[in-house]
Ligand binder design. Structure first.
Ligand SMILES: Cc1cc2nc3c(=O)[nH]c(=O)nc-3n(C[C@H](O)[C@H](O)[C@H](O)COP(=O)(O)OP(=O)(O)OC[C@H]3O[C@@H](n4cnc5c(N)ncnc54)[C@H](O)[C@@H]3O)c2cc1C
Length: 398
């Protein structure tokens, strides 16, 4: 490891890896530091991603794709099921990744482009001089080393502390932290090309339960519920176990992981002097779906591009890095996050009866396009009263 880098990435997830790859490809010195001993593990993710979203950053490769999806099923509390199939999306739905391999592939690509990588290395404090972030103190097996950088990219995920240490408010309200539990379950009867989402206050209060196939008889089965709804006897794992007992009583669990996803709005500002915050650390997860792999790659890439430009111009102040914050907010990703935040806020207050009614209506709709926006538009056509309930979305969907 060098004493100084142009870009120092805190975190070896998709955001940090793509940022490092972009920087190294542009000929800048870059280093990823990852506190875990292995990139990609443990996997706290349902591992789903849209085909086009993936292809924007990585060439799809069977080595990190567990299964290709052709359909999605949305299951209402009363069991009514709405199927969205590949015909309604022009043949493109998505993949269930093998994130252990995928995350390694991204870091490998960054390393191949010239980035350094340090695993089992924790950033334990920022180096701040004259109010500007200038690097980080790194801890490896009890030894502390100061490494300076022109720009630090905080890509340290949902549990991010780095930006907080730099004085940025990263607090997520408890009600907007989804408490999650997930199993990899094998020897179960599933449709191997269909992702299943189950809704309902008895099934997954203010969240959803998913079954994402990872092969013919194996799936990532998990749940996210609002942190406010979690308590003794009704934690995410309790709901998941009830579902498992009723649907897959003979399934064999080969992996069990708990975690959290933020479904709040993004941070009010995602840059500081010498600092850019990317991925989950910036709270850019889709608040409706909990999906954040694409958003992490998108913001990681943009963070590196803006940092490269700022370094070339010799100015890495907050003002010079501000185009990052502005560009992602104005992007399709930024607008989707804002819209889906409102849809999520609407959804979490729905009674089971209302959810049943919506899914019953939706299941009779023949969608021309596979998207949340298209679905909401069609729902409003059938039930114009919804426009008032979703008033804040009016400008976006009319
Ligand atoms: C249960 C669950 C299900 C999900 N399902 C999906 C899904 O199906 N599809 C989807 O798109 N998204 C999903 N997500 C979200 C997705 O996993 C994240 O959005 C994505 O991993 C974000 O990437 P990232 O690089 O920002 O952060 P991460 O992947 O979390 O990477 C951050 C890395 O930083 C490291 N780190 C933290 N602190 C330090 C430090 N001080 N020093 C060094 N390293 C540090 C961490 O160890 C970690 O490896 C899910 C999340 C959860 C929890």
């Amino acid at each position: 490891m060098k004493k100084h880098y142009n870009l120092l990435m805190i975190g070896g997830g998709p955001a940090g890896a793509i940022a490092a790859r972009t920087a190294a490809k542009a000929g800048l010195s870059a280093c990823i530091v990852e506190k875990r001993p292995a990139i990609g593990a443990p996997v706290r993710c349902a591992e789903g991603i849209g085909m086009e979203s993936l292809a924007e950053f990585v060439k799809p490769d069977p080595c990190f794709i567990s299964a290709e999806m052709q359909r999605a099923a949305l299951v209402a509390p009363d069991g009514t099921t709405m199927i969205l199939d590949s015909q309604s999306s022009g043949g493109k739905v998505g993949y269930v990744l093998d994130r252990k391999v995928f995350d390694r592939e991204l870091v490998w690509q960054a390393a191949e482009a010239g980035s350094d990588v340090a695993v089992k290395t924790r950033a334990s404090a920022p180096i701040i001089k004259d109010g500007k972030v200038r690097g980080a103190t790194l801890e490896f097996c009890g030894t502390k080393t100061d490494v300076t950088a022109d720009v630090v990219i905080a890509a340290d995920g949902v549990e991010s502390k780095f930006s907080k240490w730099c004085g940025i408010d990263t607090t997520v309200p408890l009600r907007e932290i989804m408490s999650s539990a997930q199993y990899i379950v094998t020897d179960i009867d599933i449709d191997p090309h269909c992702t299943v989402f189950c809704l309902g206050n008895e099934v997954a209060p203010q969240g959803y339960l998913w079954v994402f196939p990872k092969g013919d008889r194996t799936a990532n089965v998990g749940i996210g519920i609002s942190g406010l709804k979690s308590g003794t006897g009704h934690r995410a794992k309790d709901y998941l176990d009830r579902y498992m007992a009723s649907k897959f009583p003979n399934g064999k669990t080969i992996e069990w992981i708990v975690g959290g996803v933020s479904v709040c709005r993004p941070l009010a500002c995602t840059v500081g002097d010498g600092l850019i915050i990317a991925g989950d650390a910036a709270r850019v997860v889709d608040p409706l779906t909990g999906g954040g792999i694409y958003n992490a790659m998108y913001t990681g890439d943009l963070a590196a591009k803006v940092a490269i430009d700022a370094i070339e111009k010799g100015d890495t102040s907050k003002n010079a890095l501000m185009p990052y914050d502005m560009q992602w907010r104005q992007s399709k990703m930024g607008k989707t996050i804002e819209r889906n935040y409102h849809i999520k806020e609407y959804m979490i207050n729905l009674t089971d009866a209302k959810m049943n009614a919506i899914i019953q209506t939706a299941s009779s709709i023949n969608l021309k396009e596979f998207s949340t926006l298209q679905l909401v538009k069609e729902l409003i056509k059938r039930d114009p009263k919804l426009i008032f309930e979703l008033a804040i979305l009016k400008d976006l969907i009319t």
